[in-house]
Design a protein around this ligand. Structure first.
Ligand code: MG
Length: 315
């Protein structure tokens, strides 16, 4: 089976949706754990205004303190040109932009119309590409909006085409509140490929809010998609429902893809399909759970923890 490319978001998307503010040294230790676990694409922080997201107010210190890790791409989220300038100053090589496909969500998130966001981000993407940076562009609420409901696939496609015209390397389709379902995922990918966007330029960013993250990932995988975002142990609750699940759990995805490759269980060490060491990912999840002082919701995380406790009792 071909390689699945995981993009790890726990340090940014995960932490920005948690109430706890974790200290910079902890984040840097976690980044080191993620590198050791085999991740090559890690989104580590965000250059939004510190006032908006206090959890990530230490963005510059995080970027400057990152471990030396040849071959690893560290990414930062940037909301606008000012954010890009701060990212360039901090010397991060890869940036991600974001907008929502639905008006209400975009308005609530960045206080702009989608058209205003798109025109601003076009310049951000062009400028970042001009500086030789890697660029991914998130489209949030691509599979449904918590305020408006259904989102037209043509609307999502047209945003994706504009962002690609500006130079975005990857379009990350975000199921922001976990409303998407597997058939919808296939239809979206079908429409995108028809319109000339290759699958290798599309990443799927699923949420498990309603328990469909793995089903949606499987549908996308069946269609031929191989880029998936995950968050260790599912860190990053749903911002609209405190306590509910948020991001797709990375370990759930690793388990799924390795099993689809025919493994009876995920092999020890760096697994062949995803390239990550599941045991080390699970341990990073435990470390995060301890720091956040709340139980994390990833299914594999829960299973692994229970298994470990049982083993400790019988030992
Ligand atoms: Mg997310």
């Amino acid at each position: 089976m071909s390689q699945v490319h995981l993009y790890e978001v726990c340090l940014r998307d995960g932490l920005q949706n948690e109430t706890a503010v974790l200290p910079t040294p902890f984040k840097l230790a976690l980044a080191q754990r993620l590198v050791d676990a085999g991740f090559v694409d890690i989104e580590v922080t965000s250059f939004v205004r510190p006032r908006w997201v206090p959890q990530l107010a230490d963005a510059t210190d995080v970027i400057r303190g990152l471990p030396h890790a040849p071959g690893v791409r560290f990414w930062a989220l940037v909301p606008n040109m000012r954010g890009l300038e701060r990212a360039v100053e901090a010397d991060v090589g890869h940036v991600a932009t974001f907008l929502s496909a639905s008006e209400t969500h975009n308005r609530k998130n960045v206080n702009r119309t989608v058209k205003e966001s798109l025109s601003g981000l076009g310049k951000v993407v062009e400028s970042a590409k001009g500086d030789g940076m890697g660029v991914r562009s998130y489209i949030s609420t691509a599979f449904g909006c918590p305020f408006e409901g259904e989102v037209d696939v043509e609307r999502v496609l047209s945003l994706a085409l504009s962002l690609r015209d500006a130079g975005a390397d990857t379009i990350a389709l975000g199921d922001t509140t976990g409303m998407g379902h597997p058939e919808q995922v296939k239809r979206m990918l079908e429409r995108f490929t028809e319109a000339g966007i290759p699958l290798e330029d599309i990443a799927l960013h699923f949420h498990d809010t309603r328990g469909t993250a793995v089903a949606n990932a499987y549908a996308a995988w069946q269609f031929g998609a191989r880029r998936f975002d995950g968050s260790v142990s599912g860190v990053g609750g749903c911002p609209y429902a405190p306590g509910a699940a948020g991001n797709a759990c990375t370990q759930d995805l690793v388990h799924l893809f390795e099993r689809l490759d025919g493994a009876q269980e995920v092999p020890e060490g760096f697994a062949p399909v995803t390239g990550v060491d599941l045991e080390r990912v699970a341990e990073a999840g435990l470390m995060l759970e301890g720091a956040l002082e709340r139980p994390l919701s990833g299914r594999y995380h829960e299973f692994w923890k229970g298994d470990r406790e049982r083993q400790a009792r019988t030992a």
